[in-house]
Design a protein around this ligand. Structure first.
Ligand code: AMP
Ligand code: MG
Length: 519
């Protein structure tokens, strides 16, 4: 049975279970002793629904939004069963302890039970100030909201674990942002995304309680998280088993990012979901040309801590922060360290299996590891478009042997002419690959099916988002709607107009290649 958001049946197990600051005071402050602070959304001028995710709504059992629902999604209506709050968490940002952070502009309305009995938190991002807004305004601009709305849904359809987005609402208010951090602030249209996940708890939620030495709260939060989100885990060593599963889920998420070429851009520990979901979409990007040291985040220069090829290491570093937070729950912290180490095995096993899928190998044989390394080396050297290269690889004639044949086959994926040395490198790895692919014990049809499943044909490139946003700001939604359709079928041979490398003009244009955190 479908219901309206305004039918007022929200649940609130989290706020019922944990201590919170119920004052509703939105003055920025430290909130020791509590896991959240009550925060009512600040009403907006004129909420207007720009987008609605039909599929997600069906999963949640939601009716198409009526006027009251749009008012909820814009923060102008709070029904009696909602208990809106901002989560308090801390975190390490760019490798440094940042202390208390919290939801500065995300307000959780409550928990929604779907027809299949799964529970989802509904959160309004950009709904105004909370106790954790520090010096900022609690708002979000249209550009960053469109990006989060489309990209989190795109990741879902790619099969990558992620939070999701239900709606995009224009607020009718203007928001001031200094997009380039160069002292030229400008007004931009404001917007609110309603995003959903079973939970928005982060590594930083646990780090905060450890830092404050609130061990009872820490113990309760860990137990609650296990009971609610990892109910299959029990026994005396359940916390250890749980941490092991967070480690494994995180490894899965990272390998999925590498499969589709996703760079998160801000892998601070407050942006790491304890459910292993991709969370907090900011200055993210897909790779266009295959450059492992690419970071889409201007704030991440010159260190490139969050570059594409660093993500596996950073995830491990972040997991070590989470393990540190859990130390007070153990008499022997070495146990945690042992479990943390399992990350490497999980990661490599998943990585090899993922690469076998991308390359269409029936199984991972010992010698294949060398082939994976060679692909990595050659792709990094010639930097073809990652997505188009792998699409062309699916249809590679297995008898094309000469350098010119092979270069011609991959021509559409290249950003630059290959030097003769690069041509030879490509030929070398492809010739070895052809031999390996012929040695598969399954049929070539099966291989192609596996490769089509493993390699997306459509990715939501930053320049496409940039164009769609520019149009929306002028009141046109043609490209936006087309992208909203294209993200739903990323592995299919559809939407040929998007099957091309990033155009030259977009390489250096702000918002198309690199972005700031200003959103
Ligand atoms: P992020 O890097 O987007 O994950 O944000 C880091 C922290 O800054 C989080 O605590 C956010 O809630 C907060 N934050 C970012 N933008 C705003 C804003 N416009 N208003 C209030 N808080 C913000
Ligand atoms: Mg964040």
């Amino acid at each position: 049975m479908k219901q309206h958001l305004s039918s007022d049946v929200f649940q609130y197990d989290f706020t019922n279970t944990f201590p919170g600051d119920q004052s509703g005071n939105l003055t920025p402050r430290q909130t020791p002793g509590v896991l959240y602070s009550k925060a009512l959304p600040t009403p907006v001028n004129e909420p207007k629904l720009l987008a609605w995710s039909d599929d997600l709504a069906a999963e949640l059992g939601l009716e198409k939004p009526n006027e009251a629902d749009v008012n909820i999604l814009g923060g102008n209506l709070v029904t009696p069963s909602m208990q809106p709050y901002a989560l308090c968490y801390a975190g390490h940002q760019f490798g440094n302890w940042a202390g208390q952070l919290g939801d500065g502009r995300a307000i959780c309305l409550g928990e929604w039970e779907a027809p299949d009995k799964n529970k989802w938190e509904l959160q309004l991002k950009g709904a105004g100030r909370t106790a954790y807004s520090r010096r900022a305004d609690g708002r979000a601009v249209l550009r960053s909201s469109v990006r989060e709305y489309l990209m989190s849904e795109a990741m879902h359809y790619l099969g990558v674990p992620t939070t999701r987005a239900l709606s995009l609402v224009a607020t009718g208010d203007q928001v001031v942002r200094d997009m380039f951090y160069d002292g030229r602030p400008a007004y931009e249209p404001g917007a609110i995304v309603c995003r959903t996940a079973p939970s928005f708890l982060r590594f930083g939620s646990f780090e905060m309680l450890r830092a404050r030495n609130e061990i009872d709260n820490l113990t309760n939060l860990v137990n609650w998280t296990i009971d609610r989100y990892y109910p299959h885990i029990s026994g005396d060593d359940k916390v250890l088993k749980w941490f092991g599963e967070v480690v494994e889920r995180t490894a899965t998420m990272i390998v999925e990012w590498l499969r589709v070429g996703f760079v998160h851009g801000v892998m601070n520990t407050d942006n790491m979901s304890v459910l292993g979901l991709t969370i907090d979409y900011g200055p993210f990007s897909f790779l266009d040309n295959y450059a492992p040291d690419f970071t889409p985040n201007t704030t991440d220069l010159p260190g490139r801590r969050y570059a594409f090829g660093q993500q596996a290491n950073i995830a491990y570093w972040n997991l070590s922060c989470l393990s540190n937070a859990l130390v007070p729950l153990f008499s022997d912290a070495d146990q945690l360290a042992e479990v943390l180490k399992t990350y490497e095995d999980h990661y490599w096993a998943k990585y090899y299996a993922m690469m076998a899928g991308k390359l269409g190998l029936d199984q991972v044989r010992d010698e294949d590891v060398y082939l994976f390394q060679e692909f990595e080396k050659v792709l990094s050297a010639i930097q073809p478009d990652m997505t188009i290269f792998y699409q062309l690889l699916i249809e590679l004639p297995l008898d094309a042997k000469s350098e010119s044949d092979i270069t011609a086959h991959f021509q559409d994926s290249l950003y630059d002419e290959l030097t003769s040395d690069q041509g030879m490198q490509l030929q070398g790895v492809i010739n070895r690959y052809q031999i390996r692919r012929k040695a598969n014990t399954c049929t070539e049809d099966d291989v192609q099916t596996l490769m089509r499943r493993s390699n997306p044909r459509f990715i939501l490139r930053n320049y496409l988002l940039h164009q769609a946003i520019e149009e929306l700001e002028k009141g046109k939604n043609e490209l936006f709607l087309k992208l909203q359709e294209a993200i739903k079928d990323p592995y299919a041979k559809r939407f040929d107009e998007f099957f091309e490398i990033r155009p030259g003009w977009a390489a250096e244009q702000a918002g198309c290649s690199m972005l700031s955190c200003s959103s």
